[in-house]
Design a protein around this ligand. Structure first.
Ligand SMILES: NC(=O)c1ccc[n+]([C@@H]2O[C@H](COP(=O)([O-])OP(=O)(O)OC[C@H]3O[C@@H](n4cnc5c(N)ncnc54)[C@H](O)[C@@H]3O)[C@@H](O)[C@H]2O)c1
Length: 353
């Protein structure tokens, strides 16, 4: 194994900035080539980051034998084809969340990684926050007792990122697969990865992408289609049951008539509880007194810090064979949950996993 990891980027849109800037901070990484099917975006990014090797197809990039690993930052529906092609070409892969747009694709990706003996890491970036690490530390030292309930909201009042995000054929869905995926994964991880057994979900298409809105959105896709399609849900709500009896409840929206955007992640155990966002707080009962604990240690990281930790972990896993914190198998589990929630929303019934 080389000591300098040579990286290719497949998909050079908005989130690619985070991957690129993280790789650029590392001494043991060389960013070699960019690939994007959108030539103007590809050229813009290559100019900005000083990359001379550019490709309009993943096959051409993957034919470069010098490249050890790739970041897949395409829209969701292209994750599977890009990751599988990269793994078959002998590259390690860091694939953005959600892993795929179907369980079948996620399983095919996992199988390709196994067959080729290469790492497939899924970009569950929220696991790389200080808050997640501190909560798992408290959990492992039994601060929470039995954790039986987790609850998260990831609600945007006017936050459809545009481009492909509203086009189901490229996104696989709306806020559930885009935002809900983060908090479902994070809660499942913090709760010690209990096995999901069933879900009950509801989705709504009421406000779409607020086509008449005069306000800008906080995060936008770099893909600017002539006509913004919006055939995905704008609100999703779900309850997930796990084999150990615990339950998670989540809500995620792109468009919702609420006062302000909300991002809350809460855990409840028999001995203690926690609220992660915006700042980590822990709750317990000491000698019968209800007690709130705020840590001196900084707990909230910005996007840049989270992505640096994620990308640095990927590099460490590849170069040093470190155990991956977010392996393909976890991506498959979360994909099963997402798929089941969409099925439940369609049928109106609980769906077994
Ligand atoms: N982890 C996070 O917090 C986070 C945040 C935002 C986006 N994301 C994920 O990152 C991915 C990209 O999102 P984005 O906001 O950067 O979108 P974007 O529209 O800005 O960029 C996507 C790029 O992928 C390119 N592309 C599509 N198919 C391709 C293919 N087959 N080969 C090469 N290039 C291809 C497009 O041309 C586009 O330039 C999505 O999966 C999204 O869910 C993750």
């Amino acid at each position: 194994m080389t000591t300098t990891l040579k990286i290719g980027m497949i998909g050079t849109g908005s989130i690619a900035h985070e991957h690129i800037q993280a790789y650029q901070k590392m001494d043991n990484v060389e960013l070699v080539a960019f690939c994007d099917i959108n030539p103007s975006q590809l050229n813009h990014m290559a100019d900005r980051y000083g990359i001379s090797e550019t490709y309009s197809s993943k096959e051409a990039l993957l034919a470069n034998a010098d490249i050890d690993a790739v970041s897949v930052c395409t829209w969701n529906a292209a994750h599977a084809e890009c990751a599988i092609a990269a793994l078959n070409a002998g590259k390690h892969v860091l694939c953005e969340k959600p892993m795929a747009t179907s369980v079948a694709d996620a399983l095919a990706m996992e199988a390709a990684a196994k067959k080729n003996g290469k790492l497939l890491m899924i970009g569950f970036v929220r696991r790389f926050g200080n808050d997640a690490q501190i909560v798992t530390d408290f959990r492992d030292k039994d601060f929470f007792g039995e954790i039986y309930y987790g609850k998260a909201t990831y609600l945007r009042r006017n936050g459809n990122p545009g481009g492909w995000f509203g086009d189901k054929s490229r996104s696989g869905g709306g806020p559930l697969i885009d935002l809900g995926v983060h908090v479902i994964d994070l809660l499942n991880y913090l709760m010690g990865q209990p096995k999901p057994i069933s879900v009950y979900g509801a989705t709504f298409q009421k406000l779409f992408n607020r086509p008449d809105s005069k306000d800008t959105v906080a995060y936008s896709s770099s893909t600017t289609d002539e006509k913004d399609i919006c055939d995905v849900e704008d609100l999703a709500s779900a309850m997930i049951r796990f084999a150990d009896g615990s339950v998670v409840s989540i809500e995620a929206s792109f468009s919702l008539n609420l006062k302000e955007d909300q991002g809350k992640i809460e855990l409840f155990g028999t001995k203690g509880g926690a609220s992660l966002a915006p700042q980590l707080e822990l709750y317990t009962d000491i000698n019968g007194y209800m007690t709130d604990i705020q840590l001196k240690t900084p707990t909230a990281l910005d996007m840049n810090g989270l992505f640096y930790n994620e990308v640095a972990h990927f590099v460490d896993c590849v170069l040093n064979n470190t155990e991956c914190l977010t392996p393909a198998a976890d991506g498959v589990t979360i994909m099963r949950i997402l798929d089941a929630i969409y099925q439940s929303a369609e049928t109106g019934h609980e769906v077994m996993i």
